[in-house]
Design a protein around this ligand. Structure first.
Ligand code: ADP
Ligand code: MG
Length: 364
């Protein structure tokens, strides 16, 4: 008897966003977690310039070595091409030494990419065109969750509390009425970004124009948000195995240590840790979990998401944002929250692949 063919998973990582290195580390963790008896893994790296290359399968190459962050390079000289042809679903490899070959029959893609050209619906659209199932949110949900304006609008329409904010499209500045409504301090942020890039906390209106200019270097559309004084609480959400309501994990409280807010340094360079489960009264925990599940559904997410909130001293809860491909490194909050909830890392990855295969492409 021949054993059934293994599921062929292409892990796509790296990419053109500022979160390139984090994506590489996440990919290495996923690679290590996949059972080789069950899965055949094809690691596909995207360089910072956007070139697709076939990477080696050794997870060690993706680790942080000392202070050296991993990076996808085009050193191997090969190129990987995915055709937008649903009758093919193969990856074409062009190698300078070995010529053109085909990696036929990719069953599912795990796009462990964060930010622009990865978490924003673009690669999801490409995979829909190609007819290959993929882990995580579809085109619409990815694009909506990437855009902090539409995240707030869709969530608020479903009764999830969001803080006061104003949207400044290209060329528009903040009105006096909005200044009065929002009050100081405000957070000025690009609508579609991540890793705290382009974000400034403004405590004096005289600094507003500079902050808007900084945000506009990333995105012409800028949000001005009233600063919320509270703790930062995150919740992991997973799509249900066999239909039904999504499930929420235990909560994490993000430690910003001696940083005033969760800026780039605090996120990646500090040794801040997540407190899991977050020390909150049971009814507040339950409410945050409910809002997390409802946000997931309001945006039509699939697979996984990490939903981030502010919780004030008097336990008011505000949605901050939702990430449809959260960090998956061993230090990341998402896998840690699920491990604390009873689902270890390999089980999470396994479940993500199974739900992706079950969902397939197209409308559902
Ligand atoms: N309205 C706000 N009130 C208080 N702190 C904020 C607010 N908006 C952002 N921050 C701080 O800035 C950090 C990054 O903002 P966020 O909207 O999560 O952007 P990113 O997508 O880059 O993570 C948050 O984790 C928080 O520390
Ligand atoms: Mg954030």
């Amino acid at each position: 008897m021949t054993s059934p063919r293994k599921t062929r998973v292409a892990i796509v990582f790296g990419g053109r966003s500022t979160e390139h290195a984090i994506s590489c580390v996440s990919a290495g963790s996923i690679l290590s977690a996949l059972d080789p008896d069950q899965y055949e893994v094809v690691p596909v790296g995207i360089t910072r310039e956007g070139r697709w290359v076939l990477a080696g399968g050794d997870p060690a190459q993706f680790a942080i070595a000392g202070r050296q962050l991993p990076e996808v390079t085009a050193a191997s000289g090969n190129t990987v091409v995915l055709a937008a042809d649903p009758t093919a679903t193969d990856l074409i490899v062009r190698d300078p030494a070995e010529g053109v070959s085909s990696l036929a029959g990719v069953d599912v893609v795990f796009p462990v990419l964060h930010g622009a050209f990865g978490e924003d619906g673009t690669i999801q659209g490409m995979l829909e065109m190609a007819g290959i199932p993929y882990v995580g949110a579809n085109v619409f949900a990815s694009a909506a969750a990437m855009d902090k304006e539409f995240t707030k609008k869709l969530a608020a329409a479903d009764g999830i509390p969001v803080g006061p904010y104003a949207v400044l499209r290209a060329g528009v500045s903040l009105s006096e009425a909005d200044k009065e409504r929002l009050g100081l301090p405000v957070f000025v942020k690009p609508s579609r970004a991540g890793s705290s890039h382009g974000i400034t906390k403004v405590t004096d209106w005289a600094d507003l124009d500079d902050a808007i200019a900084t945000a506009r270097q990333v995105d012409p559309k800028v949000l001005i948000e009233a600063a919320i004084v509270g703790r930062e609480i995150e919740c992991g959400v997973l799509e249900a195995e066999a239909g039904g309501a999504p499930e929420a994990s235990l909560l994490a409280e993000v430690g910003v240590e001696d940083h005033e807010w969760y800026d780039f340094e605090a996120k990646y360079l500090g040794d801040g840790h997540n407190e899991i489960p977050a020390d909150l009264p049971e009814e507040v925990t339950r409410k945050v979990q409910e809002y997390a599940r409802r946000t997931f559904t309001a945006l039509d997410c699939a697979g996984l998401a990490r939903v981030d909130f502010f919780v004030t001293a008097d336990h008011q809860i505000y949605l901050n944002e939702i990430n449809t491909m959260p960090g998956m490194t061993p230090r990341s909050a998402f896998p840690q929250m699920w491990a604390a909830t009873g689902l270890e890392y390999p089980k999470v990855v396994d479940r993500l692949i199974r739900t992706a295969l079950h969902r397939g492409t197209g409308l559902h």
